[in-house]
Design a protein around this ligand. Sequence first.
Ligand SMILES: Cc1cc2nc3c(=O)[nH]c(=O)nc-3n(C[C@H](O)[C@H](O)[C@H](O)COP(=O)(O)OP(=O)(O)OC[C@H]3O[C@@H](n4cnc5c(N)ncnc54)[C@H](O)[C@@H]3O)c2cc1C
Length: 108
Amino acid sequence: MLFDWLIVGAGYSACVMAERLATQLGHRVLIVEQRDHIGGNAYDYYNEHGILVHKYGPHIFHTKSKKVWDYLSHFQIKKYPTVHSQQSTVNNFKRLFLFLGVPIANSM
Ligand SMILES: Cc1cc2nc3c(=O)[nH]c(=O)nc-3n(C[C@H](O)[C@H](O)[C@H](O)COP(=O)(O)OP(=O)(O)OC[C@H]3O[C@@H](n4cnc5c(N)ncnc54)[C@H](O)[C@@H]3O)c2cc1C
């Protein structure tokens, strides 16, 4: 048998499962993804101007769990200072602007 697991989709749920199965249990995992990148809807990339683009909409990561932070610290995670609010779509744009370093007027 070539693989122990077949995982369909390479969003972060699948990637975490694959990483755990491979590193903790030594299992062989095959991931198939229909898109041309991993990360699912949380995927981002730097465009030709050096701007970080959230392809499927602005994302922010937040957790109070030290265990989660400790896990993530094994990977190259870049942290950005940000203000967090989930009150409205306007706040989602605020978050995006903060990520992009765009000054935000108080009226937003
Ligand atoms: C606009 C927007 C903003 C969000 N903001 C936040 C946020 O700020 N913070 C936060 O924590 N969460 C946010 N989320 C939610 C977050 O995106 C999801 O919780 C997270 O992406 C789910 O991860 P996942 O791996 O389960 O699935 P997904 O990210 O959906 O990944 C699934 C992957 O499976 C692939 N796939 C599906 N079917 C097949 C198939 N048949 N064959 C091959 N590949 C397949 C898809 O192409 C995709 O890449 C936001 C979501 C959206 C849409």
